[in-house]
Write a protein that binds this ligand. Structure first.
Ligand code: RAM
Length: 330
């Protein structure tokens, strides 16, 4: 080997040796979302990046399919296994369909949690709910009932029909429905967390049910699309759109009166908390088992129940009185 080549080789080795310890210390946490392009998940990613900056040795891989399918998520999971990431934190499009791929990830030593929309217990170590499912289910009905003192027909516009979180909330909402006298649930339809499909489903509800008084959309994509459909149909004041939305996306609907009030928890905090939990599990700082308490950093402790689930915080209600304060935050 020429002296020149030797020097280069030695320099390359030296730089490799210098680079290696830092690279080995960094852990890679993949935040797998239902689909790319959804504001709610982009806000969660902001929180994940905040946690990474606080922890110092974390790289966040924000990823997901282009539409809200389990098949798309399975491809993403398989690619993450091949890359050898340290943790996968997923909001699932289907609790069962993604479980085998996630099992394979866990068998290879990858830490797996679900957050927002859960995975069946065999496919994850723990699940972080944004809030208690009972509370969310009751909240979405109450939001509609608050503005219907004499009762009336309401319909639900959900995300996908296999979405774990929306399905649990709808189940809980249905349980408390008898407590709200005169509130009549006439239909549940699915917009798949796609703006155009949600818009068309909202239009369909208004034409099929002429006495409809509220559309309850427990999805940030659905509530925005429905509020636009109601405004475009000239039905502001007749059909109130409510459910779960982002203040930043719903400010216009509140201003126009298409939406009188809606709720949500802080999506930035949710992404932050999911990242902190993933980190503490993969570093062995905590074990996912019933009764365990896992630090969520500035949010507090996640205490696991018998199903290894925990809840982050209560949802907060937004209306014309407070939306301006929050619309620039998330
Ligand atoms: C959409 C997604 C997400 C849900 C929110 C409320 O962004 O469906 O999973 O938590 O709405």
């Amino acid at each position: 080997m020429s002296i020149m080549k030797k020097t280069l080789a030695t320099a390359a080795m030296a730089s490799l040796m210098l680079a290696q310890p830092a690279a080995a210390e960094n852990v890679r946490i993949a935040l797998v979302v239902k689909a790319l392009g959804i504001g709610f998940f982009e806000a969660a990613n902001e929180g994940a990046e905040e946690a990474a900056a606080e922890l110092g040795d974390v790289e966040i891989i924000y990823t997901g399919p282009t539409s809200t399918t389990a098949e798309g998520q399975i491809e993403v999971i398989n690619a993450l296994i091949a890359q050898g990431v340290d943790a996968i934190a997923i909001s699932a499009n289907d609790p069962d369909a993604v479980a085998p791929a996630l099992r394979r990830a866990m068998d290879r030593g990858i830490t797996v949690i679900s957050w927002d929309s859960g995975v069946a217990p065999e496919g994850r170590q723990m699940h972080l709910n944004p809030s208690s499912p009972e509370l969310i289910g009751n909240t979405i009905i109450r939001l509609a009932a608050d503005h219907l003192p004499d009762g009336g027909d309401v319909a639900i516009l959900s995300a996908t029909s296999t979405s774990t979180n929306q399905n649990i909330w709808i189940e809980e909402a249905t349980k408390v429905l008898p407590d709200y006298e005169g509130i009549n649930l006439v239909a549940t339809v699915y917009g798949d967390d796609l703006a155009d499909k949600s818009y068309r489903e909202a239009q369909g509800l208004m034409s099929t049910y002429p006495d409809l008084r509220a559309i309850i959309a427990p999805t940030t994509v659905g509530i925005l699309a429905a509020s636009q459909a109601v405004a475009d149909a000239g039905k502001i004041g007749e059909v109130n759109v409510t459910g779960l939305g982002l203040p930043s996306e719903m400010a216009g609907a509140v201003e126009s009166g298409a939406t009188l009030s809606f709720a949500i928890w802080n999506p930035i905090d949710l992404g932050y908390a999911a990242t902190m939990i993933s980190y503490n599990l993969l570093k062995g700082e905590a074990t996912a088992e019933p009764g365990a308490s896992i630090s969520m950093g500035r949010i507090g402790e996640a205490v696991l129940d018998d199903n290894n689930e925990a809840a982050m915080a209560d949802p907060f209600t937004y209306d014309a009185s407070n939306i301006d304060e929050f619309k620039s935050i998330f």
